[in-house]
Design a protein around this ligand. Structure first.
Ligand code: FCA
Length: 331
């Protein structure tokens, strides 16, 4: 072997070694994940994205915050992430039935996907167990809502005969159905009149869609003296409460209990006078954001696939204890 040949092999060897060290470092430094949410303007999702971003800063990875308000926007968000070199993303999808399409696109790019809050549904109508998920234990939290309403009805001495329920529903979203089913079951067990429950199906999971769904229900059943209001989240319950006010009901005629414990509830509890929004079952969006991002990061860096389904719990938050609960849940 000639000297020059040997030297160039050596140089190549050194180059390769240095090159691979460089690569390893680059891989560590360059972890980038997306965090795509269906409602980027809602406090719950802002907090989740904030918490994930903060975790990334602490652990040295980058979080790209993106909106995915419909299927088209989600797919372009994934394309965008791929062109930025992201290795995966956390997503709360705008429609759970987009799951297979989202997984397909991610697989094309070799990206890892985990869901938060709303779990993908497969073509068979069942949850897509292959995609790691972290979300609320919907039925249990729903039961907490129903129990809180039942207790407050008792405290106010309401006669179930004169109490109607405005149940704002979203049956296309399984977690929403679990939550309102849980609340309904707990209410019925407490002695609520089944015939007094009226449905207001909402198109979406926000305040305006709930308001639109709720208004006609009040006009149609105006003969009830007292109302309770529940839904999949506090944004929707707030839509119902606003509709009750517009219809002319006073706060002492209404008990609305939501779910989330985000800025929407804090703003309501901070009003000088109580409204028909009595409380909300608070869940830590901070924990949802951090944990889902952490799970994905570990999957990318250590190859450790996150648990298939992690379910979180909630705490009742009212005007009386909201500041304390907020602190306890790190919100
Ligand atoms: C759904 C709801 C959100 C929040 C989340 C955990 O996505 O739309 O408001 O409750 O579940």
């Amino acid at each position: 072997m000639s000297l020059t040949h040997t030297l160039s092999r050596l140089a190549l060897g050194v180059g390769l070694t240095l090159g691979s060290v460089g690569l390893v470092q680059a891989a560590d430094d360059d972890v980038k994940i997306g965090f795509i949410v269906k409602k980027p303007e809602q406090a719950w999702f802002i907090n989740e994205q904030d918490a994930a971003t903060k975790l990334g800063e602490e652990e040295g990875f980058e979080v790209v915050r993106l909106a995915g308000e419909d299927g088209q926007q989600v797919l372009s968000a994934i394309d965008n992430l791929n062109s930025q070199g992201a290795q995966g993303f956390v997503i709360c999808p705008p429609d759970v039935r987009l799951g297979p399409a989202i997984v397909n696109r991610a697989e094309q790019y070799g990206m890892k996907v985990v869901t938060v809050d709303d779990q993908f549904v497969g073509p068979d109508g069942k949850p897509m167990a292959s995609v790691p998920h972290l979300g609320m234990s919907g039925y249990k939290i729903g039961r907490q809502v129903g129990n809180a309403i039942a207790e407050e009805m008792k405290a106010r001495g309401w006669d179930p005969e004169n109490v109607a329920a405005l149940r704002i529903t979203n049956y296309e979203l399984p977690t929403a159905k679990e939550r309102t089913d849980g609340a309904t079951d707990a209410l019925l067990e407490s002695g609520f009149e089944k015939a007094n429950i009226f449905d207001a199906p909402q198109q979406n999971t926000d305040t305006s869609s709930a308001f639109a769904a709720a208004s006609p229900v009040f006009s149609k059943h105006g003969d009830f003296e007292h109302w309770v209001i529940y839904a999949l989240n506090e944004e929707s319950v707030l839509g119902g409460v606003r509709a009750s006010e517009q219809y002319g009901l006073s706060p002492d005629q209404v008990i609305g209990v939501g779910i989330n414990g985000s800025g929407a509830a804090f703003a309501e509890f901070s009003r000088e006078k109580p409204t028909g929004f009595y409380g909300t079952v608070a869940v830590s969006s901070t924990m949802h954001g951090r944990q889902s991002a952490e799970n994905l990061y570990e999957w990318i860096t250590d190859g450790k696939k996150p648990p298939a389904d992690t379910q979180t719990t909630g705490t009742l938050m009212t005007r009386d204890n909201w500041k304390q609960v907020r602190e306890d849940l790190n919100l």
